[in-house]
Every structure is written in structure tokens, then in C-alpha cells.
Design a protein around this ligand. Structure first.
Ligand code: SF4
Length: 393
């Protein structure tokens, strides 16, 4: 077993490798292998794995990529992530990726898929609609058709149609992956000092750009390490971070929140890797249906899902309660419509429920956190000093 510092270093390297080197190596190791890039938030990676393809998460350039050409494609009043993705494309970092999937989140991602199509980037470009109807016979069937469409694209490249056994095998691998990530969050709920949120982030993000088998091997070792009583407790409050599900805050900002006095015991940074709560049934002879049903019945709340019968403010409040958190930090990417439109809904509900919160906006490439750090630090202090008084800002 490797030591934890080595493991984190390895994950950090993969997580921010904007050349997607491990994916390239994986493809070159065997003929017929296919790489499929997917944009945030969620995509059922199981089906790609079963079809002989490797899913590659594309989460923008963060503060690792200077935007020179990407700005020319977009007006100034939208979020930052599409510019950095275009910059990565124009710098030819995605040339080894065969096809691209754009899960429906917002108009920006839809338009980005249009640019990919217009510029003939990759062998296929699929804008993937997710069901907003949660009836299995309507939304569930629609979702299966969307997955079949993706599989058709891959078959056109490698000629492969995954069998039921292969799909169930892949579902099992991803079930295991989600179980171990959940184990890490459960340990951190009680002992957040054993692994910082910055390290958790790197470990999970690495899993979006390396083969699932390798990520599971890393997670197994991380889980073993954090069973031990490592690290030193500090006097910090516990918070849940919500709203940062697509354009990612820079690593420095993720670190700054904890440094300013808030242990992050739950978040939606890498929401896609945690979107399905619990296992997907890997024993049926209809695996695509099982994946569709898991999305309908077991998906995490998200600004990209409109489920009128399951209000997201109640779901977030439940997470806060279950994690024993003292408050919520709403962190939204600047100009992120889905996140910013949800914020007043959450905040009105939390005012009534007495859940304390603060809100700030960021851009993936900001690396000056002084103001945010002061805001987060004040939030932490106010809760520590006036614990019984509900505080909303
Ligand atoms: S950051 Fe928000 S607005 Fe921008 S692409 Fe993502 S979901 Fe859409």
C-alpha cells in the first residue's frame, strides 16, 4: 500500500493534467479503445466502460489555463468554463478524444456543443437530454433511448455492442467507486481533519480522467488510511457547500474555505461522481433500465433537475441535518444561471428553517481569495460565538 501523501500527489497530478495523458496512454495500450469526453455534471459512465470506451471528465481549465483565444467565442456576461474548454480544444489537448457528450445543464453547455459540432471537433458530438419527467414509463424510457444513442455512436467507432454481463460488470465497478467515495465522506463527517477537502477533491476529480479500475485501487488505499486516527482536530465549524456543481472553484479557493474556519463535510463540487445515491441494480437482464431507474429514484438533488415533487431545498436541509453541519455556503460560478436562480429558493426556505448560510460567487480562474476568506471566517466566528442564534446573511 502506498502512503497517503504519495496517493494524493498522484491524484493531484491526474486531476489537473489538462493534456489528459493517462487517457491517451490507456487508448494507445490496445487497439480499438475509444475515449469519450463528457462535460459536467453527470453522465452514466458505466455504459461507456461496458462499450470499451473510457469516459474522460472535462471540467474546464481552472486557474491552470490562461485564456487567450477562448474569449473570442463568447460574450463577457456568461460563466468562464466554456472559454477555458475552447482554449483547451484550440491548444489541441483534446485531439485524442474520439467523441464528446454534453449533458443538458444549461444554454451555455448546449451552445458549447453547437460550437464543437460547427468546428467538427471529434468523431461525434452528442447533446444529451436528461429526463425531467420522473415517471419510469416516460422519463425512464426516454433516458434509455438517449443511452442507446450514445452506444450507437461508439459502435460506429469500435464495432462493439456491450452485452448484459458487460454492462452489469461495469455497473458493479462504479457502484464500488461510489461506495468508497461515500465512505470517505462518512468518515469526514466525524473526523474531517483526517483528509482535507482539498485532498478529497483531488482524489475524486482524478477518478474522472483515469480508468475506473485504477481509481478504485486508489480509493481502497485512501479508505484504509483514513480509518486510522490521523491528522489533528482544529476549532472549525462544519458546513455544506452547494452550487459549485459545474464550473469548479480553483483548488486554492477550495482550500481557503477550510483554512478560514469551515470543515466542508458535504459539497457538490464533483457532483457527477456522487450523483447516484446507493447502488445501481447490477443483477437484472435490463441494465440500461436499471441505470435509468437509478437516475429517476436515487439521484442527488441538482439545479439541473426539476423534480417538483421532491423540493431541493428540503433535500439540502436534510443533508445539513444528517451531516451535523452548522451552516451552508452557497458558492456559485459567476453568471451561472442554474446555481444563481436556485439560490433565492434555498435562502428563503433556510430563513424559515433557521439554517445559517452565506453566499459568494467565484470564477474558475480567480486566485485572490482574501475577501471570500474574510467572509467565510466571519461566518465561522459568528457561529462559534453565537451558536444558539440563527444567523443568515
Ligand atoms: S457554470 Fe453554470 S451557466 Fe456555466 S455552463 Fe455550467 S451550469 Fe451552465
Amino acid at each position: 500500500m502506498k502512503n497517503i501523501i504519495e496517493l494524493i500527489k498522484e491524484c493531484k497530478h491526474h486531476a489537473f493534467d489538462l493534456s489528459f495523458t493517462r487517457a491517451r496512454e490507456w487508448k494507445e495500450e490496445k487497439e480499438g479503445r475509444v475515449l469519450v469526453g463528457y462535460m459536467p455534471i453527470y453522465f452514466p459512465r458505466e455504459i461507456l466502460h461496458a462499450a470499451g470506451a473510457m469516459p474522460v471528465g472535462i471540467f474546464g481549465g481552472g486557474d491552470h489555463k490562461q485564456i487567450i483565444k477562448g474569449d473570442a467565442y463568447y460574450q463577457s456576461y456568461i460563466c468562464h468554463i466554456p472559454r477555458s474548454i475552447i482554449e483547451i480544444v484550440l491548444d489541441k489537448h483534446l485531439d485524442h478524444i474520439d467523441g464528446f457528450i454534453f449533458p443538458s445543464i444549461c444554454d451555455v453547455i448546449r451552445n458549447l456543443s453547437g460550437i464543437f459540432k460547427q468546428q467538427n471537433i471529434g468523431k461525434f458530438v452528442k447533446y444529451m437530454d436528461f429526463p425531467q419527467n420522473f415517471l419510469p414509463e416516460i422519463g425512464g424510457v426516454f433516458y434509455q433511448q438517449e443511452m442507446e444513442h450514445v452506444l450507437k455512436y461508439i459502435k460506429e467507432i469500435n464495432g462493439k455492442v456491450p452485452t448484459t454481463q458487460e454492462l452489469n460488470h461495469s455497473i458493479n465497478l462504479y457502484n464500488k467507486n461510489r461506495q468508497m467515495i461515500e465512505f470517505i465522506y462518512n468518515i469526514r463527517q466525524e473526523y474531517p481533519w483526517r483528509l482535507s477537502i482539498e485532498d478529497v477533491y483531488c482524489v475524486i476529480r482524478a477518478g474522472t480522467v483515469i480508468p475506473i479500475e485504477e481509481h478504485n485501487a486508489i480509493l481502497e488505499q485512501i479508505c484504509e488510511h483514513i480509518k486510522e486516527d490521523i491528522g489533528t482536530p482544529q476549532d472549525k465549524i462544519k458546513v455544506v457547500v452547494s452550487g459549485a456543481f459545474c464550473e469548479q472553484p480553483s483548488l486554492g479557493l477550495i482550500r481557503a474555505v477550510e483554512e478560514a474556519g469551515c470543515y466542508v463535510v458535504d459539497d457538490d463540487y464533483m457532483l457527477g461522481s456522487r450523483m447516484i445515491l446507493g447502488d445501481i441494480d447490477a443483477t437484472t437482464n435490463k441494465p440500461l433500465e436499471a441505470i435509468a431507474l437509478s437516475y429517476i429514484n436515487q439521484s442527488q438533488y441538482s439545479s439541473s433537475i426539476y423534480d417538483v415533487h421532491n423540493p431541493k431545498e428540503n433535500r439540502l436541509a436534510k443533508i445539513v441535518k444528517n451531516r451535523g453541519a452548522d451552516g451552508v455556503i452557497f458558492a456559485s460560478a459567476s453568471f451561472c444561471d442554474p446555481s444563481l436562480l436556485d439560490a433565492p429558493i434555498f435562502q428563503n426556505a433556510f430563513n424559515k428553517m433557521g439554517i445559517r448560510y452565506i453566499a459568494f460567487q467565484y470564477s474558475e480562474n480567480i486566485n485572490q481569495y482574501k475577501v471570500i476568506k474574510e467572509q467565510v471566517g466571519t461566518f465561522s466566528d459568528s457561529i462559534k460565538l453565537w451558536e444558539d442564534e440563527p444567523v443568515t446573511t
